[in-house]
Design a protein around this ligand. Structure first.
Ligand code: FES
Ligand code: FES
Length: 207
C-alpha cells in the first residue's frame, strides 16, 4: 500500500486524506443545512401541549365557555361531561353512528372524533341551541309531526344533521337528503319518518 502526497493511501477501496476532508466538508454543510431547516420547522411547528389539563375556550351555541381539559379529550366528552350539555349522545364513540353530531362552522361533524382543543375558535352548535325557549326549531317540530323517532337516542344526531343539511340545501331531493343523512344510524328503524321530516321541515334559514 503506497502513501500519496496527502498522507493518505492510493489503493482502490481506500480514501485519501484530501478526499476524507472533502467528504467531511460536504457532510458538515449538509448538517448545517439540516439544522437550519430543523430550526425553521421548530419555529413553525405547533406548540406541544399536555398531557395534563390545558385551558381551552369553546364557543357553543353562541356562548363562550372556559374549561380545562387534557388534549386527548373529545369535543363530545368536553361538552357532555364538563359543560353538562347532555343532549348530544355518545353511542359508538368511534365515528360510525352519528349520535354525537354537532355543527361546527356550518358543517355536521362527529364530535366523538373531534378533539375539544381543535374546536377552539370555531362556532359550535348542539341540539340545545336549536329551540327558542319553548318553541321548537322547525326540524325538531317536523320530527315530532312525522313520528321520526322511537326511543329517541339517535334523534339529536339526526336532528342536528338535518339542520346542517337544510341550512345548506333548503329544499333537498329525497336522494340528497338520504345521502346527507347516511352517516347517522337508527337502531329503531325510523328512517322513513326521518326522511319525511327532512323533506317537510320548512322555514330553515340558509346557514
Ligand atoms: S358516538 Fe360519535 S359517531 Fe357514534
Ligand atoms: S329512535 Fe331509537 S335508535 Fe333511533
Amino acid at each position: 500500500m503506497a502513501k500519496n502526497d496527502q498522507g493518505g493511501t492510493d489503493d482502490a477501496g481506500t480514501v485519501s486524506r484530501r478526499d476524507f476532508f472533502k467528504t467531511v466538508g460536504v457532510g458538515s454543510l449538509a448538517t448545517s443545512v439540516l439544522t437550519a431547516e430543523d430550526a425553521e420547522a421548530q419555529a413553525t411547528a405547533p406548540r406541544a401541549v399536555g398531557p395534563g389539563d390545558v385551558p381551552i375556550r369553546l364557543r357553543i351555541n353562541g356562548r363562550e365557555h372556559a374549561l380545562n381539559v387534557e388534549p386527548r379529550v373529545t369535543l363530545l366528552d368536553a361538552v357532555r361531561n364538563r359543560l353538562d350539555l347532555t343532549g348530544t349522545k355518545r353511542v359508538c364513540d368511534r365515528g360510525s353512528c352519528g349520535a354525537c353530531t354537532m355543527i361546527v362552522d356550518g358543517r355536521a361533524i362527529y364530535s366523538c372524533s373531534t378533539l375539544a382543543i381543535e374546536a377552539q375558535g370555531k362556532n359550535i352548535r348542539t341540539i340545545e341551541g336549536l329551540a327558542s325557549g319553548t318553541v321548537l326549531h322547525p326540524v325538531q317540530q317536523a320530527f315530532c309531526d312525522t313520528d321520526g323517532l322511537m326511543c329517541g337516542f339517535c334523534t339529536p344526531g339526526f336532528v342536528v344533521a338535518t339542520v346542517a343539511l337544510l341550512e345548506k340545501i333548503p329544499n333537498p331531493t329525497p336522494e340528497q337528503a338520504r345521502k346527507h343523512l347516511d352517516g347517522n344510524i337508527c337502531r329503531c328503524g325510523t328512517y322513513v319518518g326521518v326522511l319525511e321530516a327532512a323533506l317537510n321541515a320548512k322555514g330553515v334559514a340558509r346557514g
